[in-house]
Design a protein around this ligand. Structure first.
Ligand SMILES: [Zn+2]
Length: 301
């Protein structure tokens, strides 16, 4: 038996790029772990890149794809949250694109970025190789409050944030005219929601706030939803995610109220959830979600 090697190389493959609306392009993740869906949105004058892949080489690949797609347009880049596969390729864009996102995301990157590099390096040689030479860089601009708009020339992109859910600094990108929504890891397609519940190192994930954020995203009524990972869908993706969190919360709260500890709640609930979502991947995240809701409930009493 060989040593386990962990995930396969987390490589963004721009050859698979697809145009999902006029001038709205996505580099699909091909359901490869630790590869995000990447967006490239063209206006008349500028192009916006949404998420950059993990590490300098992936960042360069995304930058090259953006240049090829955008032609002579100036580039602007944003990231949906600080997690490595979404944001840790940003160094490739220095001097090539203006970068902008919300202040909470920048603060979270500063607070946790190096620790996440260390944690991800333990995931296996392919992930460690992708992080070789990584430098964590601040965005050129941050915004305060819950939104900003980027005028791309004949097209506006909204950067929207509602605070703590999957991370402290989650941000979505919405194109109101085309009703295309890039969600980052607030929504996935056929992948169990990722609860980065790693107390005491990182406990900044909140399932109840996440449910509220998802209800708000549903209210935007997007016709196309580009999730953080997995296939592009429509508003049903958001609804399915919200219903999952609500189910997990209801079952976990009931068991916490009955005096069960977190281990007992996981043992009872997790198998039933797996059964209910047979085609969803990465079931290891179910237990993290249960533990997060259990802590929320027991801390509240
Ligand atoms: Zn994430």
């Amino acid at each position: 038996m060989s040593e386990p090697e962990g995930p396969p190389p987390p490589v963004v493959e721009p050859g698979g790029i697809v145009e999902i609306a006029d001038g709205v392009w996505v580099i699909p993740d091909r359901r490869v772990p630790l590869v995000p869906n990447v967006g490239i949105v063209l206006g008349d004058d500028r192009a916006l890149v949404v998420d950059v892949g993990m590490g300098p080489e992936n960042g360069r690949r995304v930058l090259d794809a953006a240049r090829e797609t955008a032609g002579t347009r100036a580039l602007v880049v944003t990231t949906t949250h600080f997690h490595p596969e979404h944001a840790f390729g940003l160094q490739a864009f220095r001097g090539e694109a203006r970068s902008v996102y919300n202040r909470a995301q920048r603060d979270e990157l500063r607070a946790k970025g190096e620790a996440y590099v260390g944690m991800f390096r333990t995931f296996g040689p392919n992930v460690a190789a992708a992080l070789e030479g990584v430098e964590l860089v601040d965005p050129d601009d941050v915004y305060d409050g819950d939104s900003t708009e980027i005028d791309l020339g004949g097209r506006t992109a909204q950067l929207l944030t509602r605070g703590l859910a999957h991370t402290l600094g989650d941000q979505v990108v919405y194109l109101p005219e085309e009703r295309v929504l890039f969600t980052g890891d607030l929504v996935e397609s056929r992948i169990f929601p990722i609860y980065p519940w790693f107390p005491p190192d990182d406990a900044d994930v909140d399932g109840s706030r996440w449910i509220e954020v998802l209800a708000w995203l549903e209210s935007l009524d997007p016709t196309q939803v580009v999730p953080g990972h997995g296939e592009i869908g429509d508003v049903a993706l958001i609804r399915a995610a919200r219903e999952y969190h609500e189910r997990l919360r209801e079952e976990t709260f009931a068991r916490a109220d009955a005096g069960e500890d977190a281990d007992a709640a996981v043992a009872a609930i997790e198998p039933r959830i797996r059964e209910r979502y047979p085609d969803w991947e990465q079931p290891e995240w179910i237990a993290f979600g249960i533990r997060c809701f259990h802590a929320e409930r027991t801390a509240a009493r």
